[in-house]
Design a protein around this ligand. Structure first.
Ligand code: ATP
Ligand code: MG
Length: 579
């Protein structure tokens, strides 16, 4: 089944922030004009996100509605958050921290996390978010790599994951505990904030000064610490508007965990810089809760991920029927390839297609996107945003060879956009290796079609070579989930004497289906018809869950290592270990 292009109605196209005209005339001055800036060419992300809006008379605008797991609801204006972050900045200073010091955040979707992130930036210090679900070891490793000076966390997390070892980390001088009480040696954030002033002028930073350290998801190996600068905020402002259709007052929901880059770039910075009214839900994925939230909060722009979308699809169309999604005007997805089936499903159930977009920790923000004015080819990541030049290349000696339309190669970007990482912490050689012949090489394989749309093929590490064919797992996985019994799929290559590699698929079944030889045969038959015998999996193995990172990415390398009895490598970001 080929998926037809989804053509946008004229009124939707006309409503788009990024029109063809703007795209054609774009210059970097347009992006810079989206920022308030500070005198002398300085800036500060927290100033762009909060204080500049307050200064412009928007202090009373709603900035965030927070929904607690247990039904609590709290509302914050821009002035509220500006005041809270000022207090937080004072607390850091009062404890002897200064510009450039590194503050780590370790908690779930709590308001204090926002306050900590932006308060740290306001004080000219560097913020690094961690997943609250990490165990002690991954936390410690990252804080060592990042030479943490302070940590903001909760009493429960401190007790279970930090108390034992933190005194052995010489750089770590301050532990702030959310709430009114703190264990010995730590500082309670509540009273410290209450005693601090709620005004603090954001420290003027050079655009090249470090603002954030983000660790990659660890899907392909050991996580890398990517360094990002204050100047990145120009790209967050711009992509929030052009790729996610944010306007002042837009009711916006980003479902990403704040422990990774999406949760910061598009869960904190881009929405606030664009003065939206965002929603923060403390709870984890729950079908009815999510549908009610979309309906009751009248969400207009929703940024989520393929794993969640597939879970919703799995529950069937009927589950969505009772809800009113009429406020939604833009749906976007990131983090993993979005199967064409999911785009079409979104269009049916929400009346709008999902707009897939592509980026990575290293790029700091969205690079390739399906935007509101574009027709959507289901399965494609879209086109490079204005200011981005993307190519399909192959390493060739000290340079690269560029490919043309329809050819598969490594996705490469011309360096120079504001949110590009400036370093991998302590890994200069690895960083340098990513830049070749005037390109940044992403490690992902892709193809560009005749209309300039980019198509994700797979990670370079996941490519399968079988009987002279090169197979990207995404294509096979997408075909598999079209089968009525299949909810999720992961495809790897296993060594084979004659073919080089053979394709093996792991699948999770939809409710109402049980593993059986018959279903296995039916799935393989479907794949053979869709893909041809050379590409279709030779074996289909049933699993209850697939190994995923905490940011929702399938760890194919782990399936492969386990299958071959090889070392599992770094599994610090593995979410569940049930196989
Ligand atoms: P590591 O680099 O540590 O192995 P990771 O690459 O998964 O982990 P992230 O930076 O969080 O870490 O993820 C970025 C990667 O996610 C991209 O390089 C790409 O492989 C994948 N990705 C993100 N968005 C998309 C998308 N829309 N389509 C396909 N793949 C995507
Ligand atoms: Mg990566």
């Amino acid at each position: 089944m080929a998926f037809e292009t989804i053509t946008k109605p004229e009124d939707v196209r006309a409503s788009a922030a990024l029109t063809e005209d703007i795209r054609a005339r774009f210059t970097w001055d347009d992006a810079r004009a989206m920022l308030a800036g500070l005198p002398g060419g300085k800036l500060n992300i927290a100033h762009e996100a909060l204080d500049a809006h307050v200064a412009a008379g928007h202090g009373a605008d709603p900035a965030m509605t927070w929904l607690g797991k247990d039904g609590a609801r709290r509302a914050f204006t821009y002035a509220d958050l500006a005041g809270q972050t000022a207090r937080f900045a004072h607390v850091l200073r009062a404890h002897g921290l200064g510009v450039g010091d590194r503050v780590f955040g370790l908690m779930g979707r709590e308001v204090e996390l926002f306050v900590a992130a932006l308060g740290t930036l306001k004080a000219g210090m560097v913020f690094s978010p961690l997943f609250s679900a990490f165990g002690p070891e991954p936390i410690r490793t990252r804080m060592e790599i990042g030479a943490a000076n302070a940590l903001v966390t909760t009493a429960a997390i401190y007790k279970r994951k930090i108390a034992e070892w933190w005194r052995d980390l010489p750089s770590l001088r301050l532990i702030l505990i959310v709430g009114d009480d703190a264990p010995e040696g730590c500082v309670a954030l509540g009273p410290a904030m209450a005693a601090a002033s709620d005004t603090f002028a954001p420290v003027p930073m050079d655009p090249e000064d470090t603002a954030l350290i983000h660790f990659t998801s660890g899907t392909t190996g050991q996580p890398k610490g990517a360094v990002h600068v204050h100047g990145a905020v120009a790209w967050h402002a711009m992509t929030g508007r052009y790729a996610l259709e944010m306007r002042a007052g837009t009711r916006y929901w980003c479902t990403a965990d704040p422990g990774w880059v999406t949760g910061t770039s598009y869960g904190i910075i881009a929405p606030l810089v664009n003065r939206v009214h965002m929603l923060m839900d403390e709870g984890e994925f729950d079908l009815d809760r999510w549908y009610s939230t979309l309906q009751d909060e009248r969400i207009e722009v929703w940024y989520t991920a393929p794993t969640a979308i597939r879970m919703m699809m799995r529950a069937g169309d009927a589950a969505a029927k009772p809800y009113d999604f009429s406020a939604l005007r833009f749906l976007a997805s990131v983090g993993e390839p979005l199967n064409p089936e999911a785009v079409v499903w979104g269009n049916r159930v929400f009346g709008r297609p999902f707009h897939d977009n592509w980026w990575q920790t290293e790029t700091g923000g969205i690079v390739i996107a399906n935007t509101q004015a574009m027709d959507i080819k289901p399965g494609s990541m879209g086109k490079p945003l204005p200011g981005q030049v993307a190519g399909i290349v192959e390493r060739d000696g000290d340079g690269v060879r560029e490919f043309g339309e329809g050819e598969i190669g490594e996705l490469a970007l011309r360096p120079g956009w504001p949110s590009m990482m400036r370093a991998y912490l302590h890994e200069q050689a690895r960083y340098d290796k990513a830049f070749v012949g005037g390109w940044y090489l992403t490690g992902d394989l892709a193809m560009r079609d005749a209309d300039g749309y980019f198509w994700f093929v797979g990670r370079a590490d996941d490519l399968i070579k079988t009987s002279g064919h090169l197979i990207g797992p995404f294509e096979v996985e997408s075909a598999l989930i079209e089968h009525e019994a299949v909810a999720e799929a992961a495809v790897i290559g296993l060594p084979d004497e004659t073919a080089g590699e053979v394709v093996r698929a792991y699948v999770c079944l939809n409710p109402g289906f049980e593993p059986s030889e018959e279903i296995e045969k039916s799935i393989r038959g479907h794949a053979r018809r869709r893909l041809g015998p050379a590409v279709a999996p030779r074996e289909v193995v049933f699993r209850k869950t697939l190994p995923k990172t905490r940011s929702g990415k399938t760890m194919r390398r782990l399936l492969k290592a386990r299958e071959m009895g090889l070392p599992e490598g770094d599994i610090s970001t593995l979410e569940s270990d049930e196989t």
